[in-house]
Ligand binder design. Sequence first.
Ligand code: MN3
Length: 205
Amino acid sequence: MFTQYKLPFAHDALEPVIDTLTMETHHGKHHAAYTATLNTLAEKAGVQTMEITELLAGLDQISDLTLRTGIRNNGGGYYNHNLYFSTISPDGGGEPQGALGKKITETFGSFENFREQISALALTQFGSGWAWLSVTPSGDLVLSNSANQDNPISLGTGNIPIFTIDVWEHAYYLKYRNLRPSYVKAFFDVINWEAMEENYLRALT
Ligand code: MN3
């Protein structure tokens, strides 16, 4: 049984960066639907007791191609949104501190460079998809983007995602319409750097 991440804040708590109706629809409908469909398909495929990361890393072990595609999309949707919603907060924003802040500066030269590079990946992802910050097996930080509900795990990179920006239109269209750049820029005001640092430290162990 895969359990949807529960928001520790109200749907209107991220206003004005992310509007109430978007949060209600995105978490309450889209993410809920990915989770429910994943549970149905995982049961059918007999993989319901696996960890989601193992499941996404080993999709080719599901022999039925319809189930494999369904689990790739809905399992990705489940995992990606759990990460997305757990690294945003009404108390977010500012710049990363501690071990993560140090590593970001070391890797990208400055926080501003990091911000520019991940924003560029979010903006150049054609159509629906995601921008990622991940930790490599040797403990380095790496940026990427991906289409649909694919992620660095299902794509077989061996990297562990610690942060993501959802650039599906359902994540921003009600408020920002066609202006994805405005959404991505504002998104930095709700990033939960402490949660991201916890993900970073966990990925290193
Ligand atoms: Mn989404």
